[in-house]
Ligand binder design. Structure first.
Ligand code: CIZ
Length: 307
């Protein structure tokens, strides 16, 4: 039995989970063995909603920091733990509060729409939050009499701009380094090898990659689309952890990565061993100061009202 999934560690995890009255939430991009021991696997919003609805006392959040923060924003009375609090998100860190304030001042009075991949402090300065599954709907619902500032992901922003037709949209310059490693030549090479397989990519990919795809979707959107589609082989352009939930959602179908380089080092920091330590020691707690939490919650709730 491998180090990370040994019977001893799994038994300790089960015991600590019961002792702590904990629920384990894991993002779609986590290691397969981490997903397999989670109570719920999903995208950041589905996991945050689960965090808000659970009666567990402790939430062990297996993902990256902004996701655990979002869970803490929605469930301030619960103890939210991360197995490795160094698991950050470079995209979320590509805009600071000062930079956002300067850009807001430069543009006048924009509607600030912030991707969920952002820090709580940035969400607190935003009118609306969005995820990759509702970015277009949120842009469409934004007031028309003010320009939009979309942060921090320029690729998701470009996609939402194109699909919504909103021209008065300024895109912050951030990007996900993992999705940016997926290149046009990866799509061309994979398509040449599997000409009948649909190319399905995440909107965090570069616009020139998105333009070549047969379908563009969030992780939850990919699961439904691939499960229902008649094809049996799919070429996937997102973080490679996603291949595991796809294979589980559609047994018998084949999911191939456009490139193995789309491997997020932060997502892979979570291991079974660190999950055990966090629950046994109650370490890696994530909290959000109340004045930030209340304002960030407003941006998230206005998004949820839109859909
Ligand atoms: O919102 C999420 O969980 C992310 C980062 C991507 C997605 O499409 O689900």
């Amino acid at each position: 039995m491998g180090h990370d999934g040994s019977q001893d560690l799994l038994a300790r995890l089960a015991r600590a989970k019961t002792d702590r009255k904990a629920v384990i939430l894991a993002h779609n991009y986590q290691r397969p063995e981490v997903q397999d021991v989670a109570d719920v696997v999903g995208d950041s919003l589905a996991l945050a909603r689960k965090a808000a609805a659970t009666d567990a006392e402790v939430i062990l959040f297996c993902g990256v920091h902004f996701m655990a923060e979002t869970a803490a924003i929605l469930s301030p009375d619960k103890t939210v733990l991360m197995p490795d609090s160094k698991a950050g998100c470079p995209l979320a860190d590509m805009i600071t509060e000062k930079e956002l304030d300067q850009e807001i001042a430069r543009l006048g009075n924009p509607v600030v729409i912030t991707y969920v991949n952002s820090t709580a402090a940035i969400k607190a300065r935003s009118d609306l939050c969005c995820t990759s599954s509702n970015a277009v709907a949120v842009v469409n619902a934004a007031p028309k009499d003010r320009p939009i500032l979309f942060a921090p992901d320029r690729n998701l922003g470009a996609w939402a701009k194109r699909l919504s037709g909103r021209q008065d949209m300024t895109l912050w310059r951030g990007f996900c380094p993992t999705h940016n490693r997926i290149l046009v030549e990866d799509v061309e090479r994979a398509r040449a090898a599997h000409p009948h397989a649909p190319v399905v990519v995440h909107p965090e990919c570069r616009p020139e990659v998105v333009a070549l795809a047969d379908h563009v979707a969030s992780t939850s959107g990919m699961l439904g689309w691939c499960r229902d589609h008649e094809a049996t082989t799919f070429l996937i352009g997102t973080e490679i952890g996603m291949l595991h939930p796809l294979a589980k959602a559609a047994p018998g179908k084949t999911f191939l990565p456009l490139t193995e380089r789309a491997d997020c080092p932060n997502m892979k920091l979570t291991t079974i061993e660190k999950m055990v330590w966090a629950l046994e020691d109650l370490s890696g707690r994530v909290t959000v100061a109340d004045e930030i939490r209340v304002r960030a919650l407003g941006a998230i709730e206005r998004m949820v009202d839109i859909g």
